[in-house]
Ligand binder design. Sequence first.
Ligand SMILES: [Zn+2]
Length: 149
Amino acid sequence: MLLPGHIAAPYLLSRVFRWIDFRFALAGAVFPDLLDKPLAWIFHLTPHGRWIGHSLTGLAATTLIVWLIFRRRAPLAVVSWLAGYGVHLILDAGNFMPWFFPWVSYEWPKYTGFRWQYFPITSTAEIILSIIAAVWLIISWRRHSRPMN
Ligand SMILES: [Zn+2]
């Protein structure tokens, strides 16, 4: 999924489930791409743009770290992070995902450089989520931009 979808998803989650802290959900929702894409595309250190950040190991390890850091100051941080991160993995699931890396060896799809055709809108979930997010954002924006009396 593209970045706007990964930002819209935690926003929608935090609107539906009011106890979700949007800041932590957003951080969790963008973290897998912020970790894996630069490692593969800029630094060429990993075999693919979906690496450990796109695995259940990455989800578990970072959730543990968030829990260790924020468990006293922000008790809902860990659940919000988990929700944001989890929804990222679910939204990416239409394509290659190394779910069980590094415990299972994967045949990494070959990456031959950045091309726009790698980013078609491929999943129905992405289309539906984008439409819902757009409608929701427009409604929220209109509601917040009304003049106060
Ligand atoms: Zn991703």
